[in-house]
Design a protein around this ligand. Sequence first.
Ligand code: NAD
Length: 358
Amino acid sequence: MRQEVKSDHHHTALDRLFRYAEFLKFGEIHIKFDHATGLKAIIAIHNLKRGPAIGGCRLVHYATTDDAFEDALRLAYMMSLKASISNLPHGGAKAVLLLPSHDVKDRKAYMEAFAGFIQEMDGRFIAAVDSGTGTGDMNIIAAHTPYVTCYATANDSGDPSPYTALGVRRGIEAAVKAKLGKDHIEGIHVAIQGVGHAGYALAKELNALGAHLTLCDVNKPMLERCVSEFGATICPPEDIYDVKADVFAPCALGAILNLNTIKRLQVPIIAGSANNQLAHQHYSVVLHEHGILYAPDFVINSGGLIFAAAMYDHADPVKARTQVSGLYQTLTTIFNRSQAENRSTHEIAEIMALEGLR
Ligand code: NAD
């Protein structure tokens, strides 16, 4: 017994990191420390086969540096899948910025130091917004390196959320057609968890098409806004899994689909914007066996990445919207294959995305 424990200790955090990187078929992992600004950053580039890798820049607090590395690798891998399934000329990457416990003192200097790090990647990494960063940060970065997207211009706010919401709405329409046989979402009841950037924009899309909404959030003013704008019903955050509806749309947190929550769900469809909705990949099989149609997160929420890529590549925004709208067809193909092959939608989507990375 002692022997086993001792041998396990021989695997350092770096050993585990490299093993995980090998498992996900990385790629490059870069780290930067800037003493003056307190910047501690990781850039993980998963795959460059399709083109320069785009990745959101996440600025959040991590309990340990190991957690930050693992998050960077997992998220960069997912970005590769997203770019591939959306047929973009880009690879997947992620930047993780470890939020100092005292917060960032001088945001501008911090982002400028980070811009220098991005520039060192020489165009293999293109920075975009993610949790903890915003378009204002991308504007600071854009003053120092061209390898950035999602910054505000005279014609565009740089916010990918409306495109993400459009894609999720199209995904909901595809799921409603596949599961309920309906061609429109008028009268369809959607329970949305989280009405932040993506959730609010989704609520707006759905309300305009006559869907009935039940919403939850921990942000009361946001909820009040949705009640007055959409006449939505509100429920406490802890009750959202029990709402009897046609669609559950997770738009707040990751890892919310676990055995406990799946047991409680009273919906035939799960389709929302949140990243990493499955607490474990195997739960996609559990959902499949329960007859719940799950729209794989990295497919249905890829509208934001399509926007980010279009902005970077100076593509026509109208074409980008058409491409986001096309997620309806992509998801329909995934739903059909899932049924024909009796495999979960997540497995099918991953197989399809990996085909595009070979
Ligand atoms: P956001 O921070 O603007 O919104 C998240 C919302 O969730 C906030 O309003 C917050 O108050 C709420 N929330 C937090 N804890 C909650 C809880 N326990 N119950 C209910 N609500 C809670 O973030 P966002 O940009 O809207 O992104 C939401 C999700 O979608 C994230 O998982 C993100 O990674 C994913 N996503 C977003 C985009 C995009 O374009 N915004 C693109 C792809 C994926």
